[in-house]
Write a protein that binds this ligand. Structure first.
Ligand SMILES: Nc1nc2c(c(=O)[nH]1)N[C@H]1C(S)=C(S)[C@@H](COP(=O)(O)O)O[C@H]1N2
Ligand SMILES: [Mo]
Length: 375
C-alpha cells in the first residue's frame, strides 16, 4: 500500500468549493427567466449604491433611474484598478477551508467613488440577491475606514468578478460577489446587488445573529488530512494537512505524537499533558516551482498581488489569507496505537488555538487523529 498522499492542486476548481449558501430556492439553482429577473446573468446584473437617509450620497446609483452599475462598467474600472489575488474562502463555523481561488476584482473604495460626494458615512452595508424576500436577506458590513484605508502590505476589500481566470460562476456567487480578504466567508456576500452607505456605526451582519463575532479576523490554524487507520511497521508514514494563514500569519506547523491513551483522542483543554507535550516541526510546502502550471492560463505570476515583478515569486510565503500545505514523514515507529495532533504557530509566536480559542469567532480547535502501527 502506498501511504504517500496525492498532491492537492494549488487552486480549487470554482465549482468544487464547499458551498455555504442560504435561500429558498438557493440563488444558484435558478434558471432561465428566473435568473434574468434575479439580475444574475452577465447582461442583467446591476449594482445599486445608495444612502439610507442617515448618510447622504451625491450621485446614487439606482435601478429606478437606470444609474445602477452594470458589468461592462465594472470591468472597465477593472482595466484601471483591477487586482488579481490569492485567497482561501473559510466559514466561521466550519474548520476546513472551503477552497482557494485566484480572484480578480476592483477595490470597493474605487467602486464607491462612482457615487460622488458622500456625507455622514460611518459604515458600509451590502447584500446579495435574496429571492426578494426580506426574511432571506444575507447581509454584511464594514466600517467606512476599513473600506477606504488599507495598510500598504495588505489587501483591500474587493468587488470581485473573476475567479481562477474566468467569470465567477453563479454557484460561487457570480456574476459579482464581495470578497473581504481578511474575514470569514460571511462578509464575502455572493450575488451582490446593493451597497448602502449609512451613518449607523453598528454591524448589521446576518452572521452576527447566531452568536458569531462579526468583527472576527481569519484565524491561523492547521487541519490534518485523514490518516490511514493502520500503518505498517518499518514503512514511512506520511501525514499531510493544510494550514489556514490568518490575520496573524504563519510561522510554522508542528506536531505532537504520543501513545494512544485509549480516550478516542479526547483531551480536555486544561489537561496537564498539554504542558509537557513535545511538539516537533512539520514541513510547509514551498511555493510551486512552476507558477505557470499552478495559475490559470494567461495569468502571469508577476501580475498577482504580493508577487515580486522581477522574480515572479511571492514576496512572503506562505501567503496570508491563503492555505498552506504541510507534511511530516514518520519513520521507524514501533508497533502500537498512536495519537497525532498538529497545530500552527503564528508570526507572533502564539500556538493554536491561541490567541483566540473562542469558537464563535472562528473554529481553530486542535484535531486529533489516531492510528495503529502493525507488524
Ligand atoms: N448571498 C449570500 N452570500 C453568502 C452566503 C449566503 O448564504 N448568501 N453565505 C456566506 C457564508 S456564511 C460563507 S462561509 C461563504 C461561502 O462561500 P462559498 O459558498 O463560495 O464557498 O459565502 C458567504 N456569502
Ligand atoms: Mo459561513
Amino acid at each position: 500500500m502506498d501511504t504517500t498522499p496525492k498532491k492537492r492542486s494549488f487552486l480549487t476548481n470554482a465549482e468544487a468549493f464547499q458551498d455555504v449558501s442560504r435561500g429558498n430556492p438557493k440563488p444558484h439553482t435558478l434558471k432561465g427567466d428566473d435568473l434574468v429577473r434575479a439580475r444574475l446573468t452577465p447582461a442583467t446584473w446591476r449594482l445599486e449604491i445608495v444612502g439610507d437617509g442617515s448618510a447622504q450620497v451625491e450621485k446614487p446609483r439606482r435601478l429606478e433611474d437606470q444609474t445602477a452599475l452594470d458589468l461592462p462598467a465594472l470591468e472597465e474600472l477593472g482595466r484601471r484598478h483591477g487586482v488579481k489575488f490569492l485567497k482561501a474562502m473559510q466559514c466561521l463555523n466550519i474548520a476546513q477551508p472551503l477552497g482557494q481561488g485566484l480572484w480578480e476584482g476592483v477595490p470597493l473604495r474605487e467602486v464607491l467613488k462612482l457615487a460622488g460626494k458622500v456625507r455622514n458615512v460611518r459604515r458600509v452595508y451590502w447584500w446579495g440577491f435574496h429571492n426578494n424576500d426580506p426574511k432571506q436577506l444575507f447581509q454584511s458590513s464594514l466600517g467606512y475606514n476599513q473600506v477606504l484605508e488599507t495598510p500598504p502590505w495588505d489587501l483591500p476589500v474587493f468587488v470581485a468578478y473573476r475567479l481562477n481566470g474566468r467569470p465567477i460562476p453563479l454557484k460561487r456567487g457570480g456574476p459579482v460577489r464581495m470578497v473581504v480578504p481578511w474575514a470569514h466567508g460571511f462578509k464575502s456576500i455572493k450575488w451582490l446587488h446593493r451597497i448602502t452607505l449609512t451613518n449607523d456605526y453598528k454591524a448589521n451582519d446576518t452572521y452576527a445573529e447566531a452568536n458569531n463575532d462579526p468583527d472576527s479576523y481569519l484565524k491561523t490554524m492547521a487541519r490534518t488530512d485523514d490518516v490511514p487507520e493502520v500503518a505498517k511497521a518499518g514503512r514511512a508514514l506520511v501525514i499531510t494537512g493544510v494550514a489556514m494563514v490568518g490575520w496573524s500569519g504563519l510561522k510554522r506547523v508542528e506536531y505532537w505524537l504520543r501513545p494512544d491513551t485509549g480516550r478516542h483522542g479526547e483531551l480536555a483543554e486544561d489537561d496537564p499533558a498539554w504542558q509537557t507535550a513535545s511538539w516537533k516541526p512539520c514541513a510547509i510546502d514551498p511555493p510551486p516551482d512552476d507558477w505557470g502550471g499552478s495559475l490559470p492560463d494567461g495569468v502571469l505570476p508577476r501580475d498577482v498581488w504580493g508577487f515580486d515583478p522581477q522574480t515572479g515569486r511571492p514576496r512572503d510565503w506562505p501567503l496570508r489569507f491563503s492555505v498552506a500545505t504541510w507534511s511530516v514523514t514518520l519513520k521507524d515507529l514501533p508497533p502500537g496505537a498512536y495519537e497525532f495532533r498538529a497545530r500552527t504557530v503564528d508570526l507572533n509566536g502564539y500556538a493554536q488555538p491561541e490567541p483566540r480559542p473562542y469558537p464563535k469567532s472562528g473554529q481553530n480547535e486542535i484535531q486529533c487523529k489516531t492510528f495503529l502501527v502493525m507488524r
